[in-house]
Design a protein around this ligand. Sequence first.
Ligand code: UTP
Length: 272
Amino acid sequence: MQIKKAVLPVAGLGTRTLPASKAIPKEMFPIVNKPVIQYLVEEAVSAGIEEIIMVISKDKEIIKEHFAENLELEKLLEQKGRTKELEAIRKLKNLAKITYVYQNEPRGDGHAILCAEEFINDEPIAILFGDDIVDNEKSALSQLIDVYENKKTSVIAVTKVPEENISAYGVIEPIISDGNVHEVKSLVEKPETKDAPSDLGIIGKYIITPEVFKNLKAAESSHGGEIRLIDGFIKTLDQKTEKIHACTVQGKRFDTGMINGLIAANTEFASK
Ligand code: UTP
């Protein structure tokens, strides 16, 4: 089955980027001249996604506005002969079919994904978190889709993480690795450096099968009542109902959910 839908959960609080993200969602922070969220929508579209379900909160309506038509602005730019800007604005409303759903309280990334349930019909879907940008000619999502098409399992994006940072990540324990593709034995959330089962840290890009979605739904609330996507993967591995693969994505990765990651992304993209 082809991957045609992507869920973008972007209803989180963004506490790590406060106070910058107090009134402006971190997904609207610019990387040079476009907000982070636009890079993610473009990544999805270029990977063949036809429908995006964006999970927002009522405080993040501005994301919706960014992709909506603004006829008044278009008219003004037209009158002023600002053709380049006009094109950039018009492009936004036709970029993708985006449906918005609301997460009423921030109960975790897994809970946000479950909020999109009514738009998902027992099909594999892509998930892109709102803060991970990978700069590469072939997008990270396209790389995951290649692995999905080959293995027909859920696929988790991972990146090699220096030892001193590994305890900030979910980490995979691979059973076997074939180049960039790893069959996953287990997942550990934020391990102590000495307990990390590998140097492969999970980043916010995934393909999930209906089995993982089902197990996410069934997952007990963990970590302070939050439901996290990783719970769906862990349950699937525990039950051994399906295999899960991970893919070390090629490209330079930026965590724009941290101010230093956002600055690094700006420096890199501006230099191009
Ligand atoms: P993060 O943990 O990276 O983002 O969640 P956060 O919670 O917004 O930020 P911090 O940790 O407080 O700084 C991963 C993704 O899941 C979304 C986030 O918006 C982000 O895209 N998310 C997280 C939700 O949609 N809802 C939630 O309840 C939590």
